[in-house]
Each structure stands twice: as structure tokens, then as C-alpha cells.
Design a protein around this ligand. Structure first.
Ligand code: SF4
Length: 391
């Protein structure tokens, strides 16, 4: 997994002053997303579900980042978050590395719908993005097809959400999240459905309602529909961006960690993305690419480049083991590994003119679950990308 991919490491944050050095901030984010953060100050965290589970949501020197805070590894992290007079700081060995502003409980969480559902059970604020899993069930969950990294059933079992949110509920919450807490976009996902559209129509209807009511840019996420004409319907509802997530480009790893998705097949993802880029535009179609599941790094970089070439944004993230998921005991990959892949993928993204700004909405716009966006600017200030292999 940790094959040599390049040189020019930025890892080594404790040698530098992060406030003055964007390279050090990038290194800190990568290391935190690997080893986690011990928390000695009260911060907003999220447990279970899809997305940044068991994580604290922070602005580190102004950079948005979700970092593991609830995992066993995080409890033993060399990094600690401490409260300060004005915000918080991240320390290591007693030395302050970075200033932090953490998320605090959004005001809309105290509201309830007319039918008595707390707003926080309908959607959550991930830093400045409103996020919801609109249907909290998946036809892969609880059987041999379940994705090993996923926690979609956990928050439902724990009573932290409701099984299905209506477009009206989501629209109501989105207006409050924008007005009271400054949400700038909405990211709506869904468990996969056995229906031919795989749940795309419903999540798009929800996205349409959010956009109409709150005027926020919206990303919706779903599995490749069996009929690509469903993508036309999603685009016809005014959705700004779509996430269609292959999760890994290594077919052997996909078969092991996400058997249901493996049956869809990686080439089906590419065909779906091509049509989606025609409809939504370059950079507005994204896929998660999870690192640290035993994948071939060269294949991963090559396939990320192939996706970028057709206008898809590969949102490369480290594995984030979710307590209660099938892969809860698999450690997150080391920063040395993720950095080398980030730098090469970021180089291709820069060449192609794709970035957080072109994503418009969703995970690739927010960027907090990855250090890809912190690495990309460094390539333009002189610590250039590694170019061997598929480069
Ligand atoms: S398809 Fe996989 S990742 Fe998506 S909700 Fe179902 S089990 Fe989770």
C-alpha cells in the first residue's frame, strides 16, 4: 500500500510555524487526518452515518478540516486541541502548532419542524455545508454487500436521524441553516436503492426543494442509475453538481470492501461520469477515492488522471475508520502515503483547471475531509509535484 510514489515531502509539521507556512498547514492537516486529535476543548463532532463520522470539524489557520477525534487512535494522538482565551490551539509536545476555530452547535439545531422532528435529525452543518442523508437505508446494508467503510445504518440505529426526510423538511431546514448559521451549499446523499434509478430521482427532488427554498447550490450523490436518462432528469431539476462515488479504483479492493459497488463495475462509473459531465459541466461531477484500503497506488493515480481527463473531480480522502463499521479496526493510512498521492492528483487537477471552485457545491467544494486542496496551491509556489510513474 505504501509504495514509493515521489519525493518533495511536506510531512514534518512540528518543525515549522504553521501560521507563516502553508506547507506546514498542509502537513498538519494530513497528519491529523491520519493519527487524529485528542480533544481537551468542547467542539462540535459527528458520530456514525455517511461522511465525516466520528470527527471534529475545525478551521485550522483558516483551512477547513474534519479530523478524527472519537477513535481509539485519536485518543492516543500526539496532537491535542486545547481551549485558549480566543478560540483553540493545536499543540504537540507542549508546543503550539496552529490556531483553530472550531464549529460550535449551530443555532438551527434547536428548532423543530411543525410535525415535531428536531432539525438536527434532518440535516447537519458540516462547517459551512448543510449535509443530509435523505434516505438512511441502503439495499447493501446488513448483508454481504455492505460497504466496509460505511456507517449509514449506525446513526439510524442510535436514533440520531430519521429514516427518510421529505423535500419539504429539507427545504425548511436549509432556509434556517442559511439564515441562522451561514450555510453556503447543501450536500445530499442517499443509501443505494434496488430501483433502476438507484435512488437518484428522490435525492434530486430533495435537492430541488432545497435549492428552490434556500437558493443554495446543491450537490446530490447517488449510485450509477441503470438508465443514464435518469441523469437528464436530475439535471432538469436544477441540481448544480453530482457525486457518483466509485470509492476505489483498484478492482480487487472494491470487490473486497464494497461488493455491491464492484458488481456495478468501474467502467460503468466512467460511462456514467462521461454523461454526467456533459450535463453538469467539468468539475461538477466528483467521486470519492478512499486511500488506505490496500489499493495499488500507481493504478489509483492513473485512474484519477483518467477521471480528471474527462472532467471528473476525484475527491481523494484517507480512510476514516468509523466505529461500528466493518472496517472500524483498519487504521487510517499514514500521511506519507496520502501526501504522495495528493501531490500527483493535485498536479493533474491544476493542469486541467479543476479545483474546489469549479466543484460549486458538495464535498469537493468543501474539501474539509481531504488535504488535496491544501496541497494544490503548494504546487504553484515552488515545491512542485512528483511526476514519475503515470505522470
Ligand atoms: S452504497 Fe455502500 S457507502 Fe453507500 S450507503 Fe450503501 S453501504 Fe453505504
Amino acid at each position: 500500500m505504501t509504495g514509493e510514489l515521489g519525493t518533495g515531502s511536506v510531512v514534518g509539521v512540528d518543525e515549522r510555524d504553521t501560521a507563516a507556512d502553508p506547507t506546514a498547514v498542509a502537513a498538519l492537516v494530513m497528519d491529523l487526518q491520519s493519527v487524529g486529535l485528542r480533544v481537551e476543548a468542547p467542539i462540535e463532532t459527528r458520530r456514525g452515518g455517511a461522511g465525516p463520522s466520528d470527527s471534529g470539524m475545525l478551521w485550522i489557520e483558516g483551512i477547513p478540516a474534519t479530523v478524527p477525534t472519537q477513535t481509539e487512535a485519536a485518543r492516543h494522538s500526539p496532537y491535542v486541541l486545547k481551549a485558549e482565551d480566543d478560540g483553540e490551539g493545536i499543540y504537540r509536545d507542549g508546543r503550539k502548532l496552529a490556531s483553530v476555530t472550531s464549529s460550535h452547535r449551530p443555532r438551527f439545531y434547536d428548532m423543530t419542524t411543525a410535525d415535531g422532528v428536531p432539525y438536527w435529525k434532518i440535516a447537519l452543518l458540516h462547517l459551512d455545508s448543510l449535509a443530509s442523508t435523505v434516505v438512511q437505508t441502503c439495499n447493501y446494508w446488513g448483508n454481504s454487500d455492505q460497504c466496509g467503510f460505511c456507517g449509514i445504518g449506525l446513526s439510524l440505529e442510535a436514533g440520531r436521524t430519521i429514516v427518510r426526510k421529505t423535500p419539504q423538511q429539507l427545504a425548511e431546514v436549509a432556509v434556517a441553516a442559511k439564515e441562522l448559521d451561514g450555510a453556503v451549499d447543501a450536500t445530499l446523499t442517499t443509501g443505494s436503492s434496488a430501483a433502476p434509478d438507484r435512488g437518484a430521482r428522490y435525492v434530486a427532488r430533495c435537492g430541488h426543494a432545497v435549492k428552490e427554498a434556500a437558493g443554495l447550490p446543491v450537490e446530490v450523490q447517488f449510485e450509477p442509475p441503470r438508465d443514464l436518462a435518469v441523469l437528464d432528469e436530475v439535471a432538469g431539476l436544477g441540481i448544480d453538481a453530482v457525486g457518483i462515488h466509485v470509492e476505489t479504483f483498484d478492482p480487487a479492493v472494491l470487490a473486497r470492501v464494497a461488493p455491491g459497488k464492484a458488481r456495478t463495475g468501474i467502467e460503468t462509473y466512467f460511462r456514467t461520469w462521461e454523461r454526467a459531465v456533459e450535463l453538469f459541466g467539468e468539475g461538477r461531477v466528483s467521486t470519492y477515492v478512499i486511500l488506505g484500503m490496500g489499493e495499488d497506488p500507481e493504478l489509483t493515480v492513473a485512474e484519477c488522471r483518467r477521471a480528471i481527463d474527462i472532467g471528473v473531480y476525484p475527491f481523494v480522502v484517507p480512510l476514516r475508520p468509523v466505529a461500528g463499521s466493518l472496517m472500524e479496526d483498519v487504521p487510517a493510512p499514514p500521511a506519507e502515503y496520502t501526501e504522495r498521492i495528493y501531490r500527483r492528483v493535485a498536479g493533474y487537477l491544476a493542469e486541467r483547471g479543476l479545483g474546489a471552485d469549479t466543484a460549486v457545491a458538495g464535498c469537493a467544494r468543501c474539501q474539509a475531509c481531504s488535504a488535496l486542496n491544501t496541497v494544490q496551491p503548494l504546487l504553484q509556489i515552488g515545491s512542485g509535484p512528483s511526476r514519475e510513474g503515470t505522470g
